[in-house]
Design a protein around this ligand. Structure first.
Ligand code: G6P
Length: 614
C-alpha cells in the first residue's frame, strides 16, 4: 500500500527520502512523488508514474538537493487513477502546504464541495488534496496561526483514516506528522528526524523510534519534537527500539507475503466496508454505484464474470443476492462467458470481479457485455486498472496490493463487498429493515470474528503437518460453503501441488465417493446452518468408507468432534456470511501444507498473479 517518508535535519533531505521510499517499494505502488523545502522557503516537487527510479530520474534539481526538510510518497491509488496529478505530494492553492497521505478521507466529497464553493481550486481527483486546502482555509481565517495549529484544526473536520507528513513554505524548519488508523512512526537521530509509515524506511538511519497512536500529531524541528492530540493536549511518549532487520520488516515480520496477507484479512475487510455500511439503517452506501442508481433499481438479472478465486467469490454472491435481494444471478467463468453465446435480456447487467482488474478473460467478458449494450459493473482492487476504467460503475476493494500469487485477502474482501451489494439491492427491493439491520450488524462483526480464527494458526500448522503424507484431498461444502470448498481445493492445489477436488457435497454420491478410502482425506465444511444435517450425512458416508475427515464446524458443536478425525472451529455468524470465516482455515491449511513441502508459496510454479493473456 502507500508509503510515506519525511525528513527534517541538517543533511540534504532528498537522498534520504529517496532511499527511504525505495525500502518501501516491496509494499506495491503505482506512482511516487516528493517535495523538498529549502531554508529560504523555496519548494521543489516532482512526481512520476511507475517506479521510484522514474522519480529519481527527475530529481536532479539543485535547489531540491539543498533542502533539508522534505516528504516523499509512494502511492497505491484509491481515489482517482494512476496519474502524475493524482500522485502525492498534494498542495494548497498557493503552494504553501505540501503533504503526503496514507488512508482515506471518507467525507472528502462534502469537504471538497465546501472548499470549491469557498474558491479553492483542485488539481487532482484525490481525497487527499482536500486536506491541503482545508489547512489553507484555516490559515486564511487566522493568519497568525502556526502551521501545526492550522493542521490540527483541519484534521478536526476530517472523517476517515490518515497517516500524514506535512511541510510548508511558511515554516520550512518544521515537519508535521499525524496519525489516525494508518501507521506512522518517528525515527529519532542526532538533530534529525525521519517520519515513516513503515520501519523499513528508517532502519538504515536509526533504531530509536516513537510510534504515534491514533489521534496524535507531532511537530518536529531539527532541535526536538512535540506530540499532542487534536485538542492540543501535550502527550508524553516513550521511545522504542527497533530490534529486527530490514528483510524481516518488509514482510511485516512474516516469512511470506501469503501469510502476511491472510493475517491482514480482518483489516482488509474493514477497509472494504469502511464508510459503506450503515448498520443502524440496515443499509449500504456505495459511492461508486450512485451514478447508476436508477439502472440498478430497474435491473432484472445480474450476470457475474470472473476467474479463479474471484469467480468463487462471485458464486457466494449469487447465493446471497438471490436469497436476500431476490435478484436472479448467473455466475460465469469469464473465459466461458466470452465464448459461449449468452442470451441477454432487457434489464441485464454484468458484474466483473477482479483483484488485479487486468485479467484478460474477465476484461474480454466485460467488453463483450458492453458491446451488447449491458450495464457493466465492477468489483476491483487495483484503482485505474483496465477493468476499473472500462466499467460503467463499480466498487473498489481498498485492501492494498496483494502480492502472494494465491489470492487470499481479495476473496474475503470481495465477499464482504457482495454482502454490501446484497444490502444495497435488497433494501431497494423488498428486504425488510429488520433483515437489513441484522445482516449489517453481523457483517460489521466479521473482521473481529476473523481475528478469533487467526489466533489459532498453530492448530492449522499442526493439521498440515499431520496430513503431509497424503497426496489427494476432497473438499466438500453446500450452499454458501460450496464455493468455499472449491476455493479451499484451489488454494491447496496452487501452493502445495497436491491433488485436491472441490465438490458440492450433494454431488459426492454421483462420483467422488468412488475415490474415498483411507488414503483420501476429506475436508468438510459443516457449520451449523440450514444444510448442517445434510453435511453430517456426507460425513457418515465418508466414515463408512474409511475416509478420514477434517471438519470446519461452528464453535460449540461438540457432537461433530465425535464423528470426525479433526475439527477446526469457526465462530457463529449469519449463514450468508460464513464463507468469510470458513475460508480462513482452508487458506492457512494450504499455506502451511505448501511451506512444509518446501515450496515457494508466494510464487508457486507455473502460476502468475495477473493473467493478462487468454
Ligand atoms: C490468477 C491468480 C489467482 C486469481 C485469478 C483471477 O489465476 O493466480 O489468484 O484469483 O488470476 O485474478 P483477478 O486479478 O482477476 O482477481
Amino acid at each position: 500500500m502507500c508509503g510515506i517518508v519525511g525528513y527534517i535535519g541538517k543533511q540534504k533531505a532528498l537522498p534520504i527520502l529517496l532511499d527511504g521510499i525505495k525500502n518501501l517499494e516491496y509494499r506495491g505502488y503505482d506512482s511516487a512523488g516528493f517535495a523538498v523545502v529549502a531554508s529560504d522557503g523555496a519548494v521543489v516537487s516532482e512526481k512520476a508514474v511507475g517506479r521510484v527510479a522514474n522519480l529519481e530520474a527527475k530529481a536532479g534539481d539543485a535547489e531540491a538537493l539543498l533542502g533539508t526538510t522534505g516528504i516523499v510518497h509512494s502511492r497505491w491509488a484509491t481515489h482517482g487513477g494512476v496519474t502524475e496529478a493524482n500522485a502525492h505530494p498534494h498542495s494548497d492553492c498557493k503552494g504553501n502546504i505540501w503533504l503526503v497521505h496514507n488512508g482515506i478521507v471518507e467525507n472528502y466529497r462534502e469537504l471538497k464541495k465546501e472548499l470549491e464553493d469557498a474558491g479553492h481550486h483542485f488539481q487532482s481527483e484525490t481525497d487527499t488534496e482536500v486536506i491541503a486546502h482545508l489547512i489553507e482555509e484555516e490559515k486564511s481565517k487566522n493568519q497568525k496561526l502556526s502551521t501545526e495549529e492550522t493542521v490540527r484544526l483541519a484534521l478536526q473536520k476530517i472523517r476517515g483514516t490518515y497517516g500524514l507528513a506535512i511541510v510548508s513554505r511558511d515554516e520550512p524548519e518544521k515537519l508535521i506528522a499525524a496519525r489516525n488508523f494508518s501507521p506512522l512512526l518517528l525515527g529519532i537521530g542526532a538533530n534529525e528526524y525521519i517520519v515513516a509509515s513503515d520501519a523499513s524506511a528508517v532502519l538504515r538511519y536509526t533504531r530509536d523510534v516513537i510510534y504515534l497512536d491514533d489521534g496524535e500529531m507531532a511537530v518536529l524541528t531539527p532541535e526536538g519534537h512535540r506530540i499532542f492530540d487534536l485538542e492540543n493536549h501535550a502527550i508524553e511518549k516513550k521511545r522504542d527500539t527497533i530490534e529486527w532487520e530490514l528483510e524481516h520488516a518488509q514482510k511485516g515480520g512474516y516469512p511470506h507475503f501469503m501469510l502476511k496477507e491472510i493475517m491482514e484479512e480482518p483489516e482488509a475487510i474493514e477497509n472494504s466496508l469502511r464508510g459503506r455500511l450503515i448498520a443502524e439503517e440496515g443499509m449500504a452506501k456505495l459511492g461508486g454505484l450512485e451514478s447508476v442508481e436508477a439502472e440498478l433499481r430497474g435491473m432484472r438479472r445480474l450476470l457475474i464474470a470472473a476467474c479463479g478465486t474471484a469467480y468463487f467469490a462471485g458464486k457466494v454472491g449469487e447465493y446471497m443476492l438471490e436469497e436476500y435481494a431476490g435478484i436472479p444471478v448467473e455466475v460465469d467463468i469469464a473465459s466461458e462467458f466470452r465464448y459461449r453465446k449468452p442470451v441477454f435480456e432487457e434489464g441485464d447487467a454484468l458484474l466483473a470481479i477482479s483483484q488485479s482488474g487486468e485479467t484478460a478473460d474477465t476484461l474480454a467478458a466485460m467488453k463483450e457485455a458492453k458491446q451488447k449494450g449491458l450495464l457493466t459493473l465492477g468489483i476491483v482492487n487495483v484503482v485505474g486498472s483496465s477493468i476499473a476504467r472500462a466499467t460503467d460503475a463499480g466498487v473498489y476493494q481498498h485492501i492494498g496490493p496483494e502480492i502472494g500469487v494465491a489470492s487470499t485477502k481479495a476473496f474475503t474482501s470481495q465477499v464482504a463487498i457482495l454482502a454490501l451489494w446484497t444490502l444495497l439491492l435488497g433494501r431497494a427491493r423488498d428486504m425488510s429493515y429488520v433483515m437489513g439491520k441484522r445482516i449489517a450488524e453481523e457483517l460489521r462483526q466479521i473482521p473481529d470474528l476473523v481475528r478469533v480464527i487467526l489466533q489459532n494458526t498453530d492448530a492449522l500448522e499442526a493439521l498440515a503437518k499431520k496430513y503431509q503424507p497424503y497426496e489427494n484431498f476432497l473438499f466438500l461444502g453446500r450452499k454458501y460453503n460450496y464455493p468455499v470448498a472449491l476455493e479451499g481445493a484451489l488454494k491447496l492445489k496452487e501452493i502445495s501441488y497436491v491433488h485436491a477436488e472441490g465438490y458440492s457435497a450433494g454431488e459426492m454420491k454421483h462420483g467422488p465417493i468412488a475415490m474415498i478410502d483411507k488414503s483420501f482425506p476429506s475436508i468438510v465444511i459443516a457449520p451449523k446452518d440450514s444444510v448442517y444435517e445434510k453435511m453430517i450425512s456426507n460425513i457418515q458416508e465418508i466414515r463408512a468408507r474409511k475416509g478420514s475427515v477434517i471438519a470446519i464446524a461452528t464453535e460449540g458443536d461438540e457432537e461433530i468432534a465425535k464423528m470426525v478425525d479433526d475439527v477446526v472451529y469457526i465462530p457463529k455468524t449469519l449463514e450468508m456470511l460464513t464463507p468469510m470465516l470458513s475460508v480462513i482455515p482452508l487458506q492457512l491449511f494450504a499455506y502451511y501444507f505448501g511451506v512444509l513441502r518446501g515450496h515457494d508459496v508466494d510464487k508457486p510454479r507455473n502460476l502468475a498473479k495477473s493473467v493478462t493473456v487468454e
